[in-house]
Design a binder for this molecule. Structure first.
Ligand code: PMT
Length: 414
């Protein structure tokens, strides 16, 4: 896990949305990462979840009122604002975004935001139409221009029953994005800026997740990839300024903010979309765990259990990465290798066989970290005669470190 949150004072603002139930888990995750968390709740938030929950979770009194003499005597809004190393608002409603964009200070949370010089991060959560509304998008642009870190929102089914963008990111995603923002603030020593933009102007295509190869209408061949590593790379590349297209197999993950996502099921669909997307792209990263085989003949009817044994004829799927790497005008090609043994030997062999520019190998299947589905990873990265070790960390942090290596190489290769 990233150490960026260790010892940091995080002022967690909670506004009135159904997603505020996830903020309880978020508070826990921030504390687990070593942060000291103090919570400010708006009136709206208290309609969804009680201050007592956060008091119990953080061990600190929860602040709710700007004009509460007792609370002000203990730690008033100015002290809170001074205390914070980072202000994080999750969920951030359309209303609080509008108030922040306009510099209002009509409750404790917005007053703290005005009275602090700590950087601000928000995790928006709202109905999809409220999110796409021109007013919200203008407020978002204002906040971004001021250096606010925007985390999410994700897309998917919403509490209101609609489907679209506006779902608050998952607590772990918010924690990792905040840690990354803190780390990049420390690296650039630019106190009010969200991340370094060393991939500005670059375009990335990233594959992620498993593929699903149907056997019959109810069965398929797939694997254990959750998509987390590929999505972390997409989010990190976008935050570093890149224009990112993410080609995702079937996974249950939110789309990282400002990333173009193309959903596919099979290796054939992934290849077709990758070939369309890589035209004029700078970097292609194949993180997907593509099923190597599919059935020779898909059965339109459910296969019946007639005998004790069943033999399926399998044929090879296309190799997406190898195909892209063989293009005449190819992007910088980065592969992943998931190995259970002989990590370096197998990774080096894939680097050569597929004619890649770089390969990132991860040791999978170990009991303490299977990599598949977990929130952390570590990588051994090989290119030319070079190698670099990325130590175990949150997948988002690992992604950032890999992207820095890629950024160096594409600059050198120019
Ligand atoms: O999704 P997570 O749960 O976060 O897990 C992450 C991960 C373990 C899936 C990821 O880190 C990883 O290692 N991905 C590569 C998985 C793999 O098994 O690769 P491979 O050794 O089969 O293939 C080597 C490379 O060729 C990969 O970049 C792969 O995307 C690509 N490939 C492979 C086969 C194929 N038909 N087409 C391809 O593009």
């Amino acid at each position: 896990m990233s150490t960026a949150l260790q010892g940091k004072n995080i002022l967690l603002g909670i506004t009135g949305g159904i997603a505020s139930y996830k903020s309880a888990i978020l508070a826990r995750r921030l504390i687990d990462a070593g942060a000291d968390v103090r919570v400010v709740m708006t009136q709206g938030a208290q309609a969804f979840i009680t201050p007592l929950t956060f008091q119990a979770l953080t061990g600190n009194p929860v602040h709710t009122d700007l004009l509460d003499p007792a609370a002000e005597a203990a730690m008033g809004h100015i002290e809170l604002a001074r205390w914070a190393d980072y202000v994080l608002i999750a969920p951030a409603t359309a209303n609080v975004m509008a108030r922040l964009a306009n510099g209002l200070a009509d409750d404790l949370l917005t007053t703290c935001c005005l009275a602090t010089d700590a950087p601000l991060a928000i995790a928006p959560a709202m109905n999809r139409l409220m999110w796409s509304n021109a007013a919200t998008q203008a407020n978002l642009a204002t906040l971004e221009a001021r250096g606010t870190t925007i985390i999410g929102p994700g897309a998917g089914e919403q509490a209101c029953g609609e489907v679209g963008a506006g779902r608050m990111s998952e607590p772990e995603t918010i924690r990792d994005a905040l840690a990354a923002a803190i780390a990049s603030t420390a690296n650039t020593s630019a106190p009010n800026h969200n991340s370094s933009k060393e991939l500005q102007g670059k375009s990335f295509v990233i594959t992620a997740g498993p593929t699903e190869e149907a056997i019959d209408p109810v069965r398929f061949i797939s694997n254990r990839s959750s998509g987390k590593m590929g999505f972390a790379l997409a989010a990190a590349a976008q935050q570093m300024g890149a224009d990112v297209t993410l080609i995702a197999g079937p996974v249950a993950l939110d789309t990282p903010a400002h990333v173009k996502r193309i959903d596919v099921k099979t290796a054939d669909e992934m290849l077709e979309n990758a070939l369309k997307a890589v035209n004029n792209t700078d970097v292609f990263i194949a993180v997907a765990a593509v099923a190597d085989y599919k059935v020779a003949k898909f059965s339109r009817e459910k296969i019946k259990k007639t005998d004790d044994e069943l033999t399926l004829e399998l044929v090879r799927n296309p190799d997406i990465l190898k195909t892209v790497a063989a293009l005449e005008h190819r992007p910088f090609c980065v592969g992943f290798a998931a190995e259970t043994e002989n990590l370096e030997k197998n990774a080096q062999s894939k680097l050569k066989k597929k004619k890649l520019d770089m390969i990132a190998a991860n040791q999978v299947g170990q009991q303490n970290n299977p990599v598949f589905g977990s929130d952390t990873n570590s990588l051994s990265v090989y290119w030319g005669n070079n190698k670099h070790q990325i130590a175990p960390a949150a997948k988002f942090d690992v992604a950032q470190q890999l992207l820095k290596l890629i950024a160096n190489q594409i600059t050198l290769n120019k």
